[in-house]
Design a protein around this ligand. Sequence first.
Ligand code: NAD
Length: 321
Amino acid sequence: MAGRSTLVTGGAGFIGSHLVDRLIARGDRVLVVDNFFLGKRENLADAVAADGDLTIHYEDAADLPAMRELIERHEVQDVYNLATKALEYSFDNPSGAYSVNTDIALTLAELLRKKHYERLIHTSSSEVFGTAVTRPMDEAHPRNPTTPYAAGKAGADLALTSYVQSFQLDIRIVRPFNNYGPRQNTGSYAGVIPKTLARLHAGEPPILHGDGKQGRDFVYVEDVAEGLIRVAECREARGMDLNIASGVETPIVELLQTLCDVVGFHGHWIDEDRRTADVDHHIGDASRLKSVVGFAPPTPLSEGLRRTWEWYRTRFAQGRS
Ligand SMILES: NC(=O)c1ccc[n+]([C@@H]2O[C@H](COP(=O)([O-])OP(=O)(O)OC[C@H]3O[C@@H](n4cnc5c(N)ncnc54)[C@H](O)[C@@H]3O)[C@@H](O)[C@H]2O)c1
């Protein structure tokens, strides 16, 4: 499978850039398409330094004529779709947060249907499930998206599944749970881990929303990047959707305590109201990934958080966010 011509949408983002590192390392010709909404060129610094075959293109991945032209010019075989606008963007521009997910998925599905490339590995999100009705949540768990972002992800899943059923296309849907690790955005749309590490580094207390009992299933970003590649390489995964999860539910209050321990913060915390769209319980069942693909995320949370803090600490010490 190595040495393929591969397009990564959203490749300048958090997960996408780790995927690009791995694809370059194994010798793929990689084309990144990103509109740099949240993506950063510096996320691709390691991939550029690796001196492989990498092209970075500024483009809207929903633009069908532009994507067709790029895919043809680069003779793309595999597309990994990671482009999205962050969940928090749902609260600023709900319709934009929804449609970016469905528009890009439909553009890529149409180009696959017209045989412009061979295989689509699409990134869904565990957010499509909402709060757990049964735990752990397997791929058959009911869909109950609680934000426009999650609804857009669910809409994209449905659209792609319909293309598999109607046209027997080679589409694989990978559904990560809560990712963390180096290069996660620390800005206004940041997740709880980078946001809290930035606060702790600045000597500010962590913020706890509600009682902190709401649980999440955290997966280290490099494990997700590896999982995406393993799914692409696995013949049996064709047409399937597969969770990537640790299978461990960590309450947010416990996560914050671990982050305080890792950083060495012993002060008081700030209590804020629970956010209305926050899901209560989130724990994934990744047994399909294990049985079909033979892969399980190997990095324990404590080790992943330690590596993550090392990375952010170096950055913050250099005055970078
Ligand atoms: N981070 C998580 O915890 C998590 C969990 C589950 C699923 N996912 C999914 O994984 C994928 C990657 O997420 P991430 O955390 O790396 O997000 P990210 O925001 O870091 O990366 C998304 C990238 O897409 C780019 N982008 C946005 N709109 C675009 C467009 N119209 N055209 C081209 N590029 C565009 C952004 O600039 C950014 O670089 C997404 O599909 C997301 O839904 C993420």
